[in-house]
Design a protein around this ligand. Structure first.
Ligand code: G6P
Length: 473
């Protein structure tokens, strides 16, 4: 029976090594949840990097066996591959360029590119070792842009879907990358290429027609007599999970605790992975401006800010962390009083139950990335507001702003605008909150993660049928 093979840089599990034991804990990430319904079925599998370096062969074998029980297949990376493919090329070329930080952060090193190619080949070899005729392969994200092409060369008829979880930049940005043609050719190995928004689709089509000798008609690209369909599929979340968590007893306890701690305060929530694209420093500036301009906000409004550690071996991330520490320290030292702290800052990850309690309790959620493919935090906040209250402030640079149009939409570079949005949000009448939140909740419930998986997979099947009927003509 044909199977579906999901491929992403990381496997949907966290692996830790303690006392010579490898402990696997399932990831709660959106992708893992969404694709859970697929990779755990029948003989389907998920291929990816376990996230830690394992050197000894007997340890690799042990982990491989443990992962097999969960339908997961590891791609082991050595330290040099992690340094050059993951940190170097993926996160010091593709990530900054695709988020419009090319001039600030991108460094184009030939050896990083060589490792990127080698590791994409490594993923290809693992796919080839398990793929059989009729299988469907769904490849994810910027770490694996070459993989669709590499697989296509070996398996000309196989169905390949590719989804990019980050923005695709304008041609003016993308063209800066020395290996731009190879990257596009790699992506075009897929039959269906998905992005979060229509703008990403437009940018991709623009870059492809300018850089490669292809023809396009609407959203179909023809290359070497193959037709490739490019479309937007805005990713959703597991809305039911977020809507039901606040009803759990353990979450209710946390909600009570948070309410008691912040009973005289309006609570503003901010949750991100450590990343310069998330606009954390700019957000802090807007909060500081609010404290400067609004003395009556002192002791009345608190910011609960969670930054989840990420990529901290990449120098720019380590530097950003220091800058955030400094900024938070500055603001707290200037404005704190005996009974009140303006910013409650945590640099760590939290269990989903605590996140749910925060989403449920926070009066305002402040999501102001400088650039973001989708931003699932904004959708998680909405899904958690089961009483239809609360206010979302959302950057127009987040993919989700195209759907969550009832949020207060801001330009994250406009400190004054973000500051005014915070004041508007904390003072918004309940009726207005409910009107906006009700319509956003409907949208998040309808276009949930299962819907996203289904429409992508259905479309991939249609595209394959379309290609076959064109070939038969
Ligand atoms: C983004 C990317 C994912 C990535 C995640 C965490 O959401 O689109 O591909 O897995 O960040 O980053 P990390 O580098 O820790 O995998």
């Amino acid at each position: 029976m044909p199977k579906t093979i999901i491929v992403s840089n990381r496997l949907p599990v966290k692996i830790s090594n303690a006392d010579d034991e490898y402990i696997l804990s399932p990831s709660e990430g959106g992708l893992a949840t969404g694709l859970g319904s697929i990779y755990k079925q029948d003989n389907n599998v998920w291929i990816g990097w376990p996230g830690i370096e394992i050197t000894e062969q007997h340890d690799k074998d042990r982990v491989t066996d443990q992962l097999k029980e969960l339908s997961l297949v590891p791609v082991f990376l050595d330290q040099e591959e992690i340094n050059q493919y993951y940190e170097g090329f993926s996160n010091e070329v593709l990530w900054p360029v695709f988020h419009y930080y090319a001039s600030t952060y991108a460094t184009y090193k030939q050896s990083n590119w060589d490792y990127y190619k080698t590791v994409n080949e490594k993923f290809k070899d693992i796919i080839l070792s398990i793929a059989e005729p009729g299988d469907i392969i769904w490849i994810h994200d910027y770490q694996l842009l070459l993989l669709p092409g590499l697989v296509r060369n070996e398996l000309p008829d196989v169905s390949i879907g590719f989804f990019l979880h980050i923005p695709f930049p304008s041609h003016e940005m993308f063209r800066l990358i020395p290996w731009r043609s190879e990257l596009l050719e790699g992506m075009l190995g897929a039959d269906l290429i998905g992005f979060h928004t229509f703008d990403d689709v437009r940018h991709f089509l623009g870059a492809t027609t300018r850089i490669l000798p292809v023809t396009t008609s609407s959203n179909i690209i023809t290359m070497d007599e193959r037709s490739i369909v490019v479309e937007s599929f805005p990713m959703g979340i597991d809305e039911k999970k977020y809507a039901s968590l606040p009803l759990q007893d353990d979450v209710k306890e946390q909600i009570e605790l948070i309410r008691n701690n912040f009973k005289d305060n309006k609570l503003i929530l901010s949750i991100d992975r450590l990343d310069y694209s998330k606009g954390i420093l700019q957000r802090l500036q807007a909060f500081e401006l609010m404290l400067q301009l609004c003395p009556e906000c002192i002791e009345k409004i608190a910011l609960y800010m969670i930054v989840v550690p990420s990529r901290d071996t990449v120098p720019q991330y380590a530097h950003l962390r220091d800058e955030i520490d400094k900024k938070v320290g500055n603001i707290n030292s200037i404005y704190r009083t005996m009974d009140w702290t303006p910013i409650h800052y945590y640099y760590r990850s939290f269990p989903i139950e605590m996140l749910s309690a925060l989403y449920y309790t926070a009066d305002v959620c402040l999501v102001t990335p400088m650039r973001d493919g989708m931003n699932l935090v904004s959708k998680e906040y909405v899904a958690s507001r089961i009483n239809n209250d609360g206010v979302l402030i959302l950057s127009e640079m987040a993919g989700s702003s195209k759907e969550l149009i009832d949020a207060i939409i801001v330009n994250p570079n406009n400190t004054g605008e973000v500051c005014r949005a915070i004041l508007e949000a904390v003072n918004m009448p309940l009726e207005e909150q409910q009107k906006r939140m009700t319509s956003m909740r409907k949208l998040v419930a309808k276009f949930n993660i299962s819907h996203w998986v289904k429409i992508f997979m259905d479309r991939l099947k249609e595209v394959k049928l379309m290609q076959r009927s064109m070939q038969a003509r």
